[in-house]
Design a protein around this ligand. Structure first.
Ligand code: TYD
Length: 230
């Protein structure tokens, strides 16, 4: 295993996205990972979608308020894309260019799953929007947090307390089952970029699984790339 100093030498800013259904524990795990990377003197920021930049946060409010549903899945996808474009240009790209690690709570896979696989928006349209919004900026690693639907929904209800459910939390059980399946499919189709993390465990255990995935996918490839240059 690399020590923090070795890691710093060989790894520039990396782009890591977190994906998963409701109550999969993304926000807790992102925070834990950011603390660990910053602790290893790898400057790291945490951001989220929809939102993450001033313009995108305005769109977030609109979409999650239920307005997106009224507009239909295609137009809703355009709103997510507009938010992503601002977020990438204002926050993600500048940070990566400075060598800062970016941990993002949801990214393009959310659009592929929620609007594409579940909302039935044409994948060609989604790919065209991806070309405009992210161009070549694919995540270096995508961690897909996987929990049984009943566990995830129970966690989401507990977290929400008395607050009103958002647009996607309101969907039924069948929707969440399909969501889980769609994420598992993405993980299977793109194993170089995606790792499915079994998140049905306590926070520390899940955190350790995430760290192992990061080490295997990023630190080892960076070290190999660096040594092949020598
Ligand atoms: P959020 O409150 O951030 O929930 P979570 O904790 O589940 O991440 O709500 C974001 C919601 O927006 C979430 O239900 C997924 C949905 N979403 C899409 O439908 N498409 C997208 O492209 C993105 C980024 C999010």
């Amino acid at each position: 295993m690399n020590t923090p100093t070795e890691i710093k030498k060989v790894v520039p800013g990396r782009f890591v996205t977190f994906e998963g259904g409701e109550g999969s524990g993304k926000s807790t795990q992102i925070k834990m990972l950011a603390d660990r990377l910053n602790g290893a003197r790898l400057p790291t920021i945490v951001t989220r979608e929809p939102g993450g930049s001033a313009g995108a946060e305005v769109i977030r409010h609109l979409v999650l308020s239920g307005m997106g549903k009224l507009l239909g899945p295609e137009t809703e996808s355009l709103l997510f894309a507009a938010a992503r474009d601002d977020h990438v240009n204002q926050v993600i790209r500048p940070a990566l260019e400075q060598g800062t690690w970016v941990l993002c709570d949801r990214f393009t896979d959310s659009t592929r799953v929620y609007q594409g696989k579940l909302g039935k928006v044409d994948p060609k349209l989604l790919r065209a929007m991806e070309r405009v919004t992210i161009g070549g900026l694919q995540p270096d690693l995508t961690l897909i947090l996987d929990v049984p639907v009943a566990v995830g929904l129970q966690r989401a209800i507990k977290r929400r307390g008395s607050a009103v459910a958002d647009r996607f939390e309101e969907e039924g059980l069948a929707f969440h089952e399909k969501l889980r399946e769609a994420y598992r499919q993405i993980a299977a189709e793109d194993p170089n970029r995606c790792v499915l993390i079994d998140a049905n465990a306590d926070q520390q255990t899940v955190g350790a699984r995430i760290w192992t995935a990061l080490r295997d996918h990023l630190f080892s490839t960076a070290a190999v790339a660096e040594s092949s240059k020598a």
